[in-house]
Write a protein that binds this ligand. Sequence first.
Ligand SMILES: Nc1nc2c(ncn2[C@@H]2O[C@H](COP(=O)(O)OP(=O)(O)OP(=O)(O)O)[C@@H](O)[C@H]2O)c(=O)[nH]1
Ligand SMILES: [Zn+2]
Length: 342
Amino acid sequence: MSKRKLTRQQRWRIEKIQAERAKRAERVDARDGERLEAGEFGPERPGRVTAHFGRSLDVEAVDDSGERHRHRCHMRANMDGLVTGDRVVWRQANDDSGVVVARGERDSVLERPDARGQLKPVAANLDQILIVFAAEPEPHANLIDRYLVAAEATGIAPALVLNKVDLLPERGGELRDLLDRYEALGYPVVLASVKQQDGLDALHQRLTGRTSVFVGQSGVGKSSLIDRLLPDHALRIGALSEDSRKGTHTTTTAMLYHLPAGGELIDSPGIREFGLTHLDAEQVTAGFIEFHDYLGRCRFRDCRHREEPGCALLAAVERGDIHPQRFASYRRILASLESGGE
Ligand SMILES: Nc1nc2c(ncn2[C@@H]2O[C@H](COP(=O)(O)OP(=O)(O)OP(=O)(O)O)[C@@H](O)[C@H]2O)c(=O)[nH]1
Ligand SMILES: [Zn+2]
């Protein structure tokens, strides 16, 4: 991303706004501290972050009657970096609001570079990254590989979703062959159609009992899928705590939704355009799961798997144990990282 030059005046204004914000946060935190001391908050309870807005969060907890309820919470000053999906310990004030006092351990975290290019967590405790592609716009194998590599680097299990199967030729055509190859590598492949009545059964099954995100190229149907999976729009808006509904930045935060049949979806525009930036060559190599058996077996320890004699990867390609198209993708991704861009 190109660095935008700010005028001195603009910079001064931004600094001023940031200083004011920091001061306000300090005041809120001091007040929370006093109220905690004074015993104005209830006992510690477990909860899960379902949306976040600056230093405020929505925290979902199960109340005494067994129902899920969302509470607008502050986080203490020492608690930076909470994200949607985090498990937390929080205490309720005498109204509906509360304060988060601790963060639970994370099973996984999805990160994204911020405007300055630094990696920042955007969502936590995900089980599954659903990489969506479609009959149209037609996916290139290299694009699928790029998403898979990026997903593998997060440690969160990827699955492939082919949407718009209503547009495929009867026997599935080349795309079906391509998918078979990924299935043979062990990746779950799910076929879906927003247009067809029964087109989402397999997807429902994939989603049940897991916390998932949808990622993928523009136009593949991510929004359409999410709208169908969360049919009641009121249900989506209703997923925000009452205070958050009045806020203005509801469209940019990652939100956690419950699916009617169980399972959760975490979604935000920022997550959907999840990409490959910030990976190094080693992560790219590790992102090709069928290479794992051969790594460390090349004659030279620093083998770059290009034309070195005794390269175990090249030999596997030669024997047909690694698909040449996957190996070509690997090369292309490395080359694009070396040239410093997508
Ligand atoms: N034929 C067919 N069209 C679909 C299907 N699902 C979505 N579409 C259409 O594909 C187009 C793009 O869908 P979106 O849901 O906006 O795609 P998206 O992935 O959210 O795109 P971005 O918001 O740009 O990231 C729309 O015109 C949809 O109506 C499907 O299963 N079959
Ligand atoms: Zn090698």
